[in-house]
Every structure is written in structure tokens, then in C-alpha cells.
Design a binder for this molecule. Structure first.
Ligand code: BES
Ligand code: MN
Ligand code: ZN
Length: 499
């Protein structure tokens, strides 16, 4: 896929095969629609009055408009002018992608990003537009027989029209395209079945990413090396599986690091490639969805791809503990006590609370990078879904500035997150009579106590935790990985580069 910008004010002169322009409900015209409308003797206003409701994402084709050189002009609804916002902008550009895919179009020319949208600057508008369009082209086709394989979108080239040459708009489009590619990586890894996407496979993908980008180096540690690091907690989860674990480190080194005296930002992703619950076995219904229990890891892959592709000027390190959680004869049992890399001991009261057991050792490992901040991303608790549903990711942070930076990024990226509490008082629920702590805190505030558990391993740096159990994938007919929170994370890293 090729993304471009092209500057012109004479939209009516543009020789495009498909020109997409925005229109509002209540007969308001965007600047682009106004140009086309004038050139075509009110060809747009006539249609807006009668045949087309410009609700967000609605489309209508107009062929051979007189006075307009584009073969087709496609109206894209932006809703009410006063309500036009980042979310509508995303919807409109996803609708453009769907339109082109359905009609097997190869090229799209989009004249929407110049339209003012709340307080968003042109770079952010361009970034959101390119991301939404690129991401909407993703279609999983990994594991079908030839006859049933879904066809991929025919769209090959997208041109965003701007009024005059503008490096900010260009940069925004490049960044948005990179974020879309990152989201696609995340979705693909999430969607692949767990018999293919094993810890070993993730390790291979890390090597592949490093091959593709000179700025990324991959280290893939095997069981012996993980043992040498004393990651007893991580290994206790891997114990019950015939698939060997992997501990993956992805190092992105910026060609031009703008923050030389600050440490790197470390992203830690939960990589449970299948979560049966272990000996504390999960119920059977819907268990297939536990293939998505590596979506935190997948979001680290996706974010690293995105920043490498856009050439972020800030160092970032990805850390991924990858394992299955299975119940074989070597499996960890409820009541077992394990020793984490930090030296703290843990009574495993429930083997299904395995995410925190692998993350705690990865968080201890992260200390060696002297990070300026560490953010872990995990499909950690069903309780987070009870609290926040499928809209907001749960955000926890030991540091208010870090929390606010992440919340601001989440808003800009339209990838919602909601801050949750970490009061010390919750820590009491993790008390064990037989070890430094238990790995579960009982029914109340299950998402909070999971975060509290992690916090005990993060004293050496500024830390935040994203519980993406409710947001990493969609259920039902459209079942599949969402690519979240790659937009949030990338937006945060961009802000850390610029601030
Ligand atoms: N991977 C699950 C969390 C999860 C469940 C994510 C459902 C998305 C949908 C995690 O490993 C888990 O099993 N957590 C337990 C913790 C409990 C035993 C304290 C849970 O949430 O039930
Ligand atoms: Mn579990
Ligand atoms: Zn899990």
C-alpha cells in the first residue's frame, strides 16, 4: 500500500478515479464539497437535500459530475458539522477503505484531512486518517483452504489532498500509515491460532522484525537462559506445557535519539499464547478466545514496527515473556510456592492468575535498562472487563505524570483508557500465610489487586500498566484482534519524542 499527499486547491481539476469528499448533515458543506459544488452547478447541495443522509461513514457515489474531472466523486458523511470530531474522522476514513474494497478500486483520493476538526492540528488529522484507512484494509486470511480464502483489498494507492505543500501533513500520513501497519501486525499475531502462534513462533517473529528493520535488534532467550536469570515465577507458568518458553527482548535504537540523557522507554507485553488456566482449569465455553492472551505481546510487536517504520527519535525496548499456560504432569499446582527473579516468593493459589506471574519477572528484568518509564500491556483480568467493559482499557500507574501522559495520548489517538486506583489498602488482599505474597486477591477489585501484585516488582522506575482484557479483541460475529492499544502506545511515544 502506498500513501501520498498531493497539494492543490483546484479539486475540480483533479484527474482522480475516485475522489472522496466530506459532507455534513443539515446541508452544511465542507470546503472541499463547496469547491465541487460550485464547479458542478450545485450538484452536491441538490443531492444532500434529497437523496443522501450524511451520517458518519455513509457514502454515495456521483458519476460524471459536470465541471469535475474526477471519474467518480464519493460523498462521505461526517455527521453534524458542530459534532465533527476525531472519532468521525476515523469512521469516515474506515468507510473509504470499505468502499474501495467492496468495489475493487485500486486508487483513492481523499480530500477530508484539510477540514477543521475540533482542535486537532493537520498532522494529527492526517495521522488519524491514514491509520484508520490502512487499518480497515486488514483482513485475516491466514488459515483457510484456497477455495475459501478471503480476498484481500484491491486498494493500492491512497492520496490525501492538502491545500498547499505541508511537511506536517506529509509526516502525519507517514506516521498514520506506520501505525496502521503496526496494528495489522498486532491483529495478525493475535488472530493466528495457538497451534501456530506458539512462544517459539513469537521468538521467530522477533528475529524477522529485526531482519526487516536495522534499527531493531532481537534477543530471544531459551529455557536454559531463563533459568540462569532465576525467573522462577515465569518458569512456573511454563512448567505445565510441552511448548518451550521464550523470553524476547526487542531493542529499537533511534537513528537520532532526541533524549540522550534519558533512559529508554520499556514496553512489557504479556505473551501467553494459550491460557487454559493450568491446573485451575478454565471452563470450556469460549476457551478458544484464550489464544488472544498474547495480545499484550502482540501490541509490543506492533508498536515497535510502527515506530521503526516512522523512524521515532527516541529509544524503546520491548520485553516479552512468552509461554503457554497448560496443565500437564509437570504443571504448577495450587499451593506451590515459587521464587521470582526479584527474590520475592509467591504462593500460587490459582494457576489461572498466570499473567502476573510471567510479568513480574519481566518487570524485574526491565530494571537493567535504567528506563525512564516502563509500561506493561496485558490481557490480565476478567475483572477488568466487569469494571470497564469493551470500551476503555484499564490504566494503572504509580506516577501521576506518566498516567496523565498516557491518558492524553489515549484521547488524541481515540484509543480510550480509564485510570484505575492503586491504593496501598488493596495490597492487604495479597497476603499469604506461606509466602511473601499470594498470586490472587479474592473476588473484590480483581483487576486492581492484579495491578497491585505487579506494582511490587516496579519500585525501581516510573511504571504504568494497561489491562487490555476487554479491548484487545472483539467477540461475536466479527471475532478478531482489534490492534489496540497500538494507537495509544504510539501516540504516547510520539509525545515523548516531541516533549
Ligand atoms: N487471561 C486471563 C484474563 C482474561 C479472562 C482476559 C477473560 C480476557 C478474558 C487471565 O490469565 C486470568 O485467567 N485471570 C483470572 C484471574 C483470577 C484467577 C484471579 C480471571 O480474570 O479470572
Ligand atoms: Mn489465566
Ligand atoms: Zn491469562
Amino acid at each position: 500500500m502506498e500513501f501520498n499527499t498531493h497539494s492543490t486547491r483546484a479539486l475540480q481539476q483533479l484527474k482522480a478515479s475516485a475522489l472522496f469528499i466530506g459532507v455534513y448533515t443539515d446541508n452544511e458543506l465542507t470546503a472541499a464539497a463547496d469547491i465541487i459544488n460550485r464547479a458542478s452547478n450545485d450538484g452536491i447541495t441538490a443531492i444532500l437535500k434529497s437523496e443522501f443522509k450524511a451520517t458518519a461513514g455513509n457514502t454515495l457515489i456521483l458519476r460524471n459530475l459536470e465541471g469535475v474531472r474526477a471519474e467518480r466523486v464519493i460523498l462521505v458523511g461526517l455527521g453534524k458539522k458542530e459534532d465533527y470530531n476525531a472519532n468521525t474522522l476515523l469512521k469516515a476514513h474506515a468507510a473509504i477503505a470499505a468502499y474501495c474494497t467492496e468495489r475493487s478500486l485500486k486508487e483513492a483520493t481523499c480530500a477530508i484531512i484539510e477540514e477543521p476538526c475540533q482542535d486537532l492540528d493537520i498532522q494529527l488529522r492526517a495521522r488519524l486518517a491514514a491509520r484508520a484507512l490502512g487499518n480497515a484494509l486488514y483482513k485475516y486470511d491466514g488459515t483457510f483452504s484456497k477455495e475459501n480464502r478471503p480476498t484481500q483489498s484491491s486498494l493500492q494507492k491512497v492520496t490525501f489532498i492538502i491545500e498547499r505543500k505541508d511537511d506536517k501533513a506529509k509526516l502525519g500520513v507517514i506516521q498514520g500509515a506506520a501505525i496502521a501497519n503496526g496494528m495489522k501486525t498486532t491483529r495478525q499475531l493475535g488472530n493466528l491460532p495457538p497451534n501456530i502462534c506458539t512462544p517459539t513462533y513469537l521468538g521467530e517473529q522477533a528475529k524477522m522484525l529485526a531482519k526487516e528493520f536495522k534499527s531493531i535488534k532481537a534477543e530471544v532467550l531459551e529455557k536454559k537462559q531463563i533459568e540462569a536469570l532465576n525467573m522462577g515465577s515465569f518458569l512456573s507458568v511454563a512448567a505445565g506445557s510441552d511448548q518451550p518458553p521464550r523470553f524476547i527482548v526487542l531493542k529499537y535504537t533511534a537513528a537520532n535519539n532526541r533524549k540522550k540523557d534519558e533512559g529508554p522507554i520499556v514496553l512489557v507485553g504479556k505473551g501467553v499464547t494459550f491460557d487454559t488456566g493450568g491446573i485451575s482449569l478454565k471452563p470450556g465455553a469460549g476457551m478458544d478466545e484464550m489464544k488472544f492472551d498474547m495480545c499484550g505481546a502482540a501490541s509490543v510487536f506492533g508498536t515497535l514496527r510502527a515506530i521503526a517504520e516512522m523512524g521515532l527519535e527516541r529509544d524503546v525496548i520491548g520485553v516479552i515473556p512468552a509461554t503457554e499456560n497448560m496443565p500437564n504432569g509437570h504443571a504448577t499446582k495450587p499451593g506451590d510456592v515459587v521464587t521470582s527473579m526479584s527474590g520475592q516468593t509467591i504462593e500460587v493459589l490459582n494457576t489461572d492468575a498466570e499473567g502476573r506471574l510471567i510479568l513480574c519477572d519481566a518487570l524485574t528484568y526491565a530494571e537493567r535498562f535504567k528506563p525512564s518509564a516502563v509500561v506493561d500491556i496485558a490481557t490480565l483480568t476478567g475483572a477488568c472487563i466487569v469494571a470497564l467493559g469493551h470500551v476503555n482499557s484499564g490504566l494503572y500507574a504509580s506516577d501521576d505524570n506518566l498516567a496523565n501522559d498516557l491518558l492524553a495520548a489515549s484521547k488524541r489517538a481515540q484509543d480510550p483508557a480509564w485510570r484505575m486506583p492503586l491504593d496501598d489498602a488493596y495490597q492487604d488482599q495479597l497476603k499469604s500465610n506461606f509466602a511473601d505474597m499470594a498470586n490472587i486477591g479474592g473476588m473484590p477489585a480483581g483487576s486492581v489487586t492484579a495491578a497491585c501484585f505487579l506494582s511490587r516488582f516496579t519500585k525501581a522506575y516510573r511504571w504504568a500498566h494497561l489491562d487490555i482484557a476487554g479491548t484487545a479483541w472483539t467477540q461475536g460475529k466479527e471475532k478478531g484482534a482489534s490492534g489496540r492499544p497500538v494507537p495509544l502506545l504510539t501516540e504516547y511515544l510520539l509525545a515523548q519524542q516531541d516533549s
